[in-house]
Design a protein around this ligand. Structure first.
Ligand code: MN3
Length: 263
């Protein structure tokens, strides 16, 4: 009898194992998560309006995902609708009711008292980001043409040398800041870096020139996609540079700054 029980127990255990295995096989057929659960809803840059004040949001010349894959849509959305909006609102707040309301942003920067930290950070933040948005295009990249191409070759030797110098300035900027391509009054180009939201128009910050291109190297400009790899972000920036806009700025600056010849 005992022998019979043992045989029955072994048979039951074996049956249990088999049914467990069968059950496991059916458990694998779990429905996949719906696709829309992973889709991030993007806002529209045109919906971002600054608070009442002198300065308005410059319309973004492309959609948030217009610079993909070089600059990701989520970074662009946060950068424009949160960081940039913050700078413009604080700038409007700090100049409200003062003489500064009558000035252009360039005039505010050129006459800036560096000790006025709120104005320095937010007027800089407003101007710098406007130039940064304008420095890029969904059809950007490649190399410049016309007068800017000629000037780059004259002042840096080649486009490749220029690229290396701008990348080096961007990568070596310690902490938050910017890398710039600037021109002087004669049309001579140089590359400079500034910390925080400073820029070359501000007096007595150690660099001078009129900005032609701006590259934001704050972590908020790249961290979501590139994490600590700032150099990969800097390389990607070259794929979206709006050279047509840069050349236009260069021509207008040099034309305006050079003395008019009287015949
Ligand atoms: Mn920024």
């Amino acid at each position: 009898m005992n022998q019979f029980r043992t045989v029955l127990s072994v048979f039951t255990i074996a049956l249990l194992f088999t049914s467990c295995n069968e059950k496991k096989l059916t458990e694998v057929q779990v429905p996949l998560p719906e696709e829309e659960a992973t889709t991030v809803q993007m806002g529209n840059p045109a919906d971002i309006i600054a608070n009442e004040g002198t300065f308005k949001m410059m319309p973004l010349p492309y959609a948030y995902d217009g610079l993909e894959p070089s600059i990701d849509a989520r970074t662009m959305e946060i950068h424009y609708s949160k960081h940039h909006l913050g700078y413009i609102n604080k700038l409007n707040e700090v100049i409200a009711g003062t003489e500064l309301e009558k000035l252009t942003i360039e005039e505010i920067l050129k006459s800036l008292d560096l000790e006025n930290k709120t104005l320095r950070n937010n007027a800089g933040g407003y101007y710098n980001h406007n130039l940064f948005w304008s420095s890029m295009s969904s059809k950007g990249g490649g190399e410049p043409t016309g007068s800017l191409n000629t000037a780059i070759k004259k002042d840096f030797g080649s486009f490749s040398d220029f690229k290396n110098q701008l990348a080096e300035a961007a990568n070596k900027q310690f902490g938050s800041g910017w890398a710039w391509l600037v021109t002087d009054k004669t049309g001579k180009l140089t590359i400079v870096g500034t910390a925080n939201q400073d820029n070359p128009l501000m007096p007595n910050i150690g660099v001078t020139g009129t900005p032609i291109l701006a590259l934001d190297v704050w972590e908020h400009a790249y961290y979501l996609k590139y994490q600590n790899k700032r150099n990969s972000y800097v390389d990607a920036f070259f794929n979206v540079i709006n050279w047509k806009a840069a050349e236009k700025r260069y021509d207008e600056t040099v034309k305006k700054e050079l003395p008019v010849k009287v015949l």
